[in-house]
Design a protein around this ligand. Sequence first.
Ligand SMILES: *[C@@H]1O[C@H](CO)[C@@H](O)[C@H](O)[C@H]1NC(C)=O
Ligand SMILES: *[C@@H]1O[C@H](CO)[C@@H](O)[C@H](O)[C@H]1NC(C)=O
Ligand SMILES: *[C@@H]1O[C@H](CO)[C@@H](O)[C@H](O)[C@H]1NC(C)=O
Ligand SMILES: *[C@@H]1O[C@H](CO)[C@@H](O)[C@H](O)[C@H]1NC(C)=O
Ligand SMILES: CC(=O)N[C@H]1CO[C@H](CO)[C@@H](O)[C@@H]1O
Length: 555
Amino acid sequence: MLVGLLFVLAITGQCLCIPSILSFPFATRAKPITFPDLYEASVPELQAGLNAGHFTSVDLVKAYFARIEEVNLKGPALRAVLELNPSALAQAASLDRERKLKGARSTLHGIPILLKDNIATIASEGMNTTAGSFSLLGSVVPEDAGVVKRLRKAGAIILGKANLSEFAHFRAGSLPSGWSGRGGQNTNAYFPNADPCGSSSGSGVATSIGLTAVSLGTETDGSITCPSSNNNLAGIKPTVGLTSRAGVIPISAHQDTVGPMTRSLTDAAIVLSVIAGKDANDNFTLAQPSRVPDYTKALNKNALRGKRIGVPRRVFTDDSITGTDPSVNVAFNRALDIIRSLGATVVDPADLPSADEIAISNNETLVLDVDFKVQLNDWYEALKKNPSGVRSLADLIKFNDDHPELEEPPQLEDQSELISSEATNGFDDAFFKALAFDQELGKTRGIDAALKAHRLDALVLPSTGFTTVPAAIAGYPIITVPLGFYPDNVTIGSAGPTTFYPAPGVPFGLSFLGTAFTDFDLIGFGFAYEQRTKTRLARKAFAAAIPKTQLKDVI
Ligand SMILES: *[C@@H]1O[C@H](CO)[C@@H](O)[C@H](O)[C@H]1NC(C)=O
Ligand SMILES: *[C@@H]1O[C@H](CO)[C@@H](O)[C@H](O)[C@H]1NC(C)=O
Ligand SMILES: *[C@@H]1O[C@H](CO)[C@@H](O)[C@H](O)[C@H]1NC(C)=O
Ligand SMILES: *[C@@H]1O[C@H](CO)[C@@H](O)[C@H](O)[C@H]1NC(C)=O
Ligand SMILES: CC(=O)N[C@H]1CO[C@H](CO)[C@@H](O)[C@@H]1O
């Protein structure tokens, strides 16, 4: 408790308080050490235990490895983790030594983080960067991703790579979320074989049951928001250009963004503060405000007081869009009452003028198809080595057809999205028109229009379904926090050859969204809601999916 308190003071920057706190009488009372439960442990709790010498980063890595071993291929076989970092223990030992000598570099010093497998790590460390595809196994990337460089500098330990929907779900819309050739079918920890959503599926599932302290995902349209929602997590989809995409296997420079997936917005804010910032290797990041804020300063329980929050109903009132179960809408309407009770004015409806056009628009697909081909070809070209011999999108399509045992098992043959992307012809008139329409639909006649017309601070939506599209085409931020769980009597639906959605006990989330670079404000709104409701704690994963190894077992 005391160390926790010390640490909270430390992260809020009031370090001057620490000496006086240390002289409190209860500080000297010898108490048995209680280790945080790794199912739920927060970064501040872990950092406090590390600083107090209760356990080391080596212990943490060992414990997380053991927890992964329990449930990844054995037991419920969740297939959330693709590879472990063979250098993680050595890195942890070195960071433990450094902590003893010089103290912690940052709040992430010695904290293990799992990366979606489309985020590059140097091959010499021992891991692959493949987006789940055998076409990239053994490939050698030129360098660490921009966000990985920042994580290492802050002293974080890369624990491993997470399974994902292959190529961030850009291979074919018909493929189930969470499936990749290399990783197989990742599934949800809240109901056997339930849909983890994607494409950051493994990041979501692994974090939901404490196979890692925190994780990173990427979003082009829904890929952080939806798996955060389905796995009872806090997720931040940053404004495009806030976090570097350099070294991230791409879909589209216009929509891709890298963000944290964590068990609390506190952890997410800590991670975002480390990974946000300019990167010369990603020119979109040069457009961000000059100073990266300390996002932990946004964690204010009163952040909703006096704010105006709008509900763009037309984005989700169609049942086929929110999902088949009315429980999402019931929980959402209850959330609006809670937001009111936290001092905000809810403007309902506050529709996007472009909502109906967005629903039928194909402009996004057009932009993504063109960008993906250009950028994926560049990715293959930039590799220092690729044993598969694949050098382009065209090669990839052929590789998949030539290796059905690896990449096209029964019912998972589809690569229609790759094929339509391959058929595009680069940055032509049609592309620029579609891009301009997207900006108009998402920004000027979309989110910005609604914010302006109703003088709003943010919009709020359920995270399920296609509620991510307006922010996706605009490149705008979304903050997701737990909202509720499907009831035990929900009619189980199908989400793929072997996966289910909806399903009993599967979580769903609440999204706050706003205009460019309002991530800080949105984190505050999400935090106020999260702290009032603590919905994550209301339900746990199914028993077999909860790993048993704890710190006491490895020390
Ligand atoms: C990943 O690649 C390295 C070589 O860079 C190889 O030694 C290692 O076995 C690979 N890992 C897996 C799980 O295939
Ligand atoms: C980034 O650079 C590319 C060319 O390298 C250019 O086409 C693009 O407009 C630039 N984007 C921004 C946001 O500066
Ligand atoms: C793009 O959006 C505009 C504006 O809504 C619409 O008129 C046009 O049909 C859309 N194009 C495609 C390819 O969907
Ligand atoms: C599930 O239970 C609730 C509350 O008991 C009830 O209102 C609802 O109709 C039931 N749904 C189904 C699909 O049976
Ligand atoms: C860490 C881990 O368990 N990785 C596994 C992921 O799934 C593939 C395919 O089954 C295995 O080969 C890996 O060992």
